[in-house]
Design a protein around this ligand. Structure first.
Ligand code: ATP
Length: 205
């Protein structure tokens, strides 16, 4: 199995790249989606959160109120660590399950928004970073309905370009039109990922 980590700042084009890789046959594992699934209504993850933090972190439908949860752990290290202690093992277990399901010949692409911020580079054979100029990312986020101020604040809170460059094995520039990034991904698949996976397979007993 070739394990590829995929990351990049908010609005850089991670999902666009992940979707294109999936079209080629990569097994994409979406860390954001898993972290929502393990605390969805009816899960024991959500029950544990409610038991620890009380009903004020649930909304009227009994789902996790993310904004209320974020306010509660903001600046409270013990609360944050309790929350992580509930969420992280569940995310890790579900991720391991999906990796195992993918099978030994798969090219697995793990889409992890905070890969660089959390220092997870060593978990992967290759780390792909998608990037685009800040102004284009702001425009894409605003087009998706995020207020400009929020878009800039979120971009500012993430890893810097220098930190990402340090972590990257492959740097994908998504500053041009969609066709360009798609053809960069096609080339990456053909020239780097498929040969790398074949090489791993030929060396495994
Ligand atoms: P997030 O961090 O919010 O998950 P992301 O990094 O996954 O975002 P995408 O969802 O792939 O980014 O892209 C953000 C938005 O910008 C989407 O609406 C997407 O269609 C659009 N987009 C991505 N790349 C381009 C491009 N090269 N040209 C124009 N629009 C683009």
């Amino acid at each position: 199995m070739l394990r590829v980590g995929l990351t990049g700042g908010i609005g850089s084009g991670k999902s666009t790249v992940a979707d294109r890789l999936a079209e080629h046959g990569a097994r994409v594992i979406d860390a954001d989606r898993i972290s929502r699934e393990v605390v969805a209504v009816g899960t024991d993850g959500l029950a544990e959160i409610a038991a620890r933090f009380g009903p004020e972190v649930l909304d009227a439908d009994g789902a996790l109120d993310r904004a209320a949860m974020a306010r509660l752990v903001f600046g409270d290290e013990a609360a944050r660590s309790d929350l992580n202690g509930i969420v992280h093992p569940r995310v890790a277990a579900r991720t391991a399950e999906l990796m195992a399901e993918a099978g030994s010949d798969a090219i697995v692409v793990h889409d992890v928004p905070l890969l660089v911020e959390n220092g997870y580079q060593a978990d992967y054979h290759l780390v792909i970073i998608v990037d685009a100029p800040v102004e284009q990312r702001v425009r894409r986020l605003v087009d998706r309905g995020l207020p400009e101020e929020d878009a800039r604040a979120r971009i500012g809170a993430q890893a810097s370009e220098a930190q990402r460059r340090d972590a990257a094995d492959i740097w994908l520039d998504n500053g041009a039109e969609l066709d360009r990034i798609r053809s960069s991904v096609d080339e990456l698949w053909r020239e780097r990922l498929v040969p790398f996976e074949a090489n791993i397979r030929s060396r495994s007993p």
